[in-house]
Design a protein around this ligand. Structure first.
Ligand SMILES: [Zn+2]
Ligand SMILES: [Zn+2]
Length: 346
């Protein structure tokens, strides 16, 4: 089968590998669509925390935001060949203390698809444990299903804090996570403001219905918000998020910033009674995310950028690295011929 291989820092290649062999309790899935995100770009550029701490090593196959069709099953009747599925990124052991206590996302023997210890979905086929699969309902197309993985992280963020009616809520960073957060938060009785840098992404947020979407202005926007979702995954965005907090406010970190903050006013954090929440993925929310796409509360509008066949993965990553690309989500279509867009399934 054809796969996208990252063979060294900056090297994205089309490779050939054997189709993964049968294993108990696993499924072979033909991949229809794969979304690429900042974590994948970090694997290409070499700055990924998984590469730095040795969990990931080249060569590797990226791709953790995917949808496909079951081809073969080993030891299960839960799914049937031909069924459309998405797969959880986190593969848990079901045996450790955390798993046994119902806190699977804290599993101490974790593997993550396309990140470490499990090849990703930027390939014609992927083999994963059947327990990691979630069926895609009718009415959710492949473009939407490939967005379920970032959506579950946003849903986890929304479980961290009560979103009170009338609250002033800010989302920082209108990338994929930020746009999905905006779409959900627009359903709440709150005043929603978006802060970002790219004019096209900010215009998209205004079209979606945000009251304001513009650059963060410390003079105007400091100490003004009850709840701030940091989705840019940058230290600068995180600093703006801190400044935006009112007394008693909460900051929820969804994006993953690397590096250290230049300033952290610990006294203000304590005296202003701020709460900080980190979001460690949302593996419990896949069915809810699919349901929200089925209901039309989430959709792919304003989110999708171009889609590429596997043979043009290097171009896909180049576009992903371009911060002026507008709509954020770049995708790969493993079954697509060169230059072909995918068919809309269901
Ligand atoms: Zn991702
Ligand atoms: Zn475990």
């Amino acid at each position: 089968m054809r796969v996208v291989e990252l063979t060294a820092r900056g090297a994205v290649q089309l490779g050939r590998r054997d189709i993964p062999r049968a294993e108990p309790h696993s499924a072979l899935v033909a991949v229809s669509r794969v979304g690429l995100c900042g974590s994948d770009l970090e694997l290409v550029e070499g700055g990924s925390p998984y590469l730095l701490d040795g969990r990931a090593r080249y060569p590797l196959v990226p791709g953790h935001e995917w949808v496909g069709r079951v081809v073969a099953l080993d030891g299960s009747t839960r799914f049937v060949p031909g069924q459309r599925v998405v797969g959880r990124t986190m593969l848990v052991c079901h045996e450790c203390e955390a798993c046994a206590s119902g806190r699977e996302n804290e599993c101490s023997n974790l593997r993550e698809v396309g990140l470490y210890d499990q090849d990703g979905a930027a390939a014609e086929f992927i083999r994963v444990p059947i327990s990691s699969l979630v069926p895609v309902p009718d009415g959710v197309n492949d473009r939407q299903a490939a967005l379920v993985e970032p959506a579950v992280t946003v849903l986890e963020a929304l479980t961290k804090v009560p979103v009170r009616p009338g609250a002033k809520v800010a989302v920082i960073g209108p990338g994929t996570l930020g746009l999905l957060a905006v779409k959900l938060l627009l359903r709440y009785p709150v005043e929603l403001v978006v802060f970002g840098v790219d004019p096209d992404s900010l215009a998209a947020c205004r079209r979606l219905g945000a009251v304001r979407a513009e650059r963060f202005d410390p003079q105007r926007d400091s100490a003004s918000y009850d709840l701030v979702f940091e989705a840019s995954g940058t230290p600068a965005g995180f600093e703006d998020a801190q400044r935006a907090l009112k007394v008693g406010a909460a900051l929820v970190g969804i994006g993953v910033p690397h590096g250290h903050l230049d300033r952290f006013d610990a006294g203000r954090f304590v005296l202003a009674g701020h709460s900080y929440f980190g979001v460690r993925h949302g593996m419990r929310h896949y069915r809810t995310a699919l349901r929200l796409f089925q209901m039309g509360i989430l959709d792919e509008s304003e989110v999708l950028s171009s889609a590429f066949p596997l043979s043009q993965a290097a171009q896909a990553f180049a576009l992903l690295a371009d911060e002026t690309r507008g709509a954020p989500k770049v995708s790969l279509i493993p079954a697509g011929r060169d230059g072909a867009e995918d068919d809309d399934q269901n």
